[in-house]
Design a protein around this ligand. Structure first.
Ligand code: NCD
Ligand code: ZN
Length: 345
């Protein structure tokens, strides 16, 4: 018996495409299934000014294979020197759909991020005025805070104070990994949303550490205990418009993942939809997959939902390459350690 599931074409509300040969290699993996994606600005050097975002957008479009359609939704990387007028102009022209806040040192290529939140107050106030969302990497970087507690502490020490001081600021809590994140996001009304990655619905911290270090399951924020994974699954499959898909597909070549100081990031663009369908089916929530992948995100960002559709068909286990060859070297595709039965047809 074959079962099919038709969804409005999904969007990815948190994606790393990189640049150059890596961009060329990974872009088709997303564009094959997704109509749009919020493009992370953590290049080296980062996408800081509107002119940087325009140039990066052009490079993405130039890398898109003929016959594929895809709309990159650009973001700016917030620094202590970000100019509120430049941000407002980039928003007014339609070029930029969000500004990204990385606490300095929180993750890959975040050295130019924010240390002193008072220095970005003016930009945040302007964003609240014009309705431009702030995408937040929600982890403190203090050395005395255990890595598994960094999200919960960020909510109390940084996020909640920012939101109280900046009424009307629209915030996306990105790639939440904890029950604390799930609960705080739910408490914030229409101005607060949260993305959930594909891999955090599948792995917990044991997958990284038990039986030897598994670098391809290491990402930031790091996967937490099982109870948190279960909270994320409940939130993602609930249909609640607070939560939407941001894969955080973050390619690094194998040589840099399988390393004494391995990079953070899971590359899930290739098999994300098959994994999500499997997870939603396990949770008896296939009927709510479309809300998570295709409806809740546009609703938060005030964008139209996609008119075209994709169809998933259930059948024999799906095969996909273990690695993607890019001009920069091989990138391992996320292994969900379970057979996947839904393929995009
Ligand atoms: C991301 C990357 O590689 O750019 N890594 C990750 O583990 N998610 C950065 C990020 O989103 O934190
Ligand atoms: Zn990311």
């Amino acid at each position: 018996m074959s079962t099919t599931l038709t969804l409005r074409r999904p969007d990815d509300w948190h994606l790393h495409l990189r640049d150059g040969a890596m961009l060329k290699g990974v872009l088709p993996e997303t564009a094959r299934h997704f109509a749009r994606a919020i493009i992370m600005p953590n290049l080296v050097p980062p996408v800081v000014k509107s002119s940087d975002a325009a140039a990066y957008r052009d490079r993405i479009m130039a890398a898109l294979p003929d016959g594929m359609s895809f709309e990159p939704l650009m973001t700016l990387y917030l620094t202590e020197d970000t100019d509120a007028d430049d941000v407002a102009a980039a928003h007014a022209s339609g070029l930029v759909k969000a500004v990204k806040l990385y606490p300095a040192g929180a993750t890959t290529n975040s050295a130019s991020g924010v240390r002193d939140f008072d220095k970005v107050r003016g930009v945040l106030e302007r964003m609240a005025e014009i309705g431009l969302p702030l995408c937040v990497h929600g982890e403190v970087t203090d050395n005395d805070i255990d890595i598994f507690d960094r999200e919960a502490v960020f909510i109390d020490r940084v996020l909640d104070p920012i939101r109280r001081k900046t009424p009307g600021l629209r915030v996306v809590m990105e790639h939440i990994t904890t029950q604390d994140g799930v609960e705080y996001a739910a408490s914030g009304g229409d101005d607060l949303g949260a993305t959930i990655t594909t891999h955090h619905l599948v792995i917990n911290r044991n997958d990284i550490l038990v039986g030897g270090i598994k670098p391809h399951y290491y990402c930031l924020p790091v996967a937490k205990r099982e109870e948190h994974r279960l909270a994320l699954r409940k939130a993602a499959t609930s249909g609640d418009p607070t939560y939407f898909l941001g894969t955080d597909s973050a390619p690094h070549v194998d040589a840099l993942k399988e390393h004494a100081c391995g990079c953070a990031g899971c590359f899930t663009a290739t098999n994300t939809l098959s994994i999500l369908a499997e997870v939603f089916e396990q949770e008896d929530a296939l009927g709510r997959l479309e809300a998570f992948t295709s409806l809740n995100g546009p609703r938060f960002y005030g964008l139209p939902v996609n008119e075209d559709t994709i169809t998933l068909t259930k059948g024999d286990p799906v095969t996909y390459p273990e690695k993607l060859d890019t001009g920069d070297g091989p990138v391992t595709v996320f292994d969900p350690k379970m057979p996947l039965h839904w393929r995009v047809t």
